[in-house]
Design a protein around this ligand. Sequence first.
Ligand code: SF4
Length: 237
Amino acid sequence: MKDQTQDQRLSAAQIAQVQIAAEAWTPQHALNWAFETFGNDVAISSAFGAEGMVLIDMASRVRKDFRLFTVDTEFLFPETYNLTDRIEEKYGIAIERVYSALSPDEQARVHGEALWSRNPDQCCNLRKVEPLRRKLGGLSAWITSIRRDQTSVRSTAKRIEWDAKFGLVKVNPIVDWTSKQVWRYIHDHDVPYNELHNQDYPSIGCTHCTRAVGPGEDPRAGRWPGFAKTECGLHII
Ligand code: SF4
């Protein structure tokens, strides 16, 4: 249910104008702009990777009662669930959790066992993309922690853009940051992070589709090993 800020919803043309200026903004400026422009109709989306933790910490310094949601595939690592508890305690917020319409058991009954091993795109669609679409349908804008140098798909992302796939504004405050900047922020501000990052998991998703990476491997090589897939579909235009 959208509140009165729905009237403030920006058109694609207006976004095209602001996105040029936004390229010079700091992440904090982008967050403040999003909160001021969309009020309660904007939320941070996070899977609680290192970048997401930076964004959550920054947001907490801009606005205490910011909205934060996650798409819980029900296949996450215990370390990730542990981190969500720590986030809620440290930042005093309640994470909004979004689930697939199918429980893991129902998915196995309808689509067969271990769908992720046969058709990860369909599995991601059921457990991530469809629930996200449902959630975004109630928002005017979403905030993500994607960075341009993470994948080729993300290399053209803007700090503020019109998300044509889901039909709302997308704000990417740290789009031009490097991994080094992310980790510097985490250490400088004592930001909590997923313990798996200390065990050679630079990118963390579902248990079935994430492995540790070896020395010299691409940071996202541990996602969907054995498949050409590099994205779950949330950030593909
Ligand atoms: S990451 Fe793997 S287990 Fe998780 S939703 Fe995608 S395919 Fe399914």
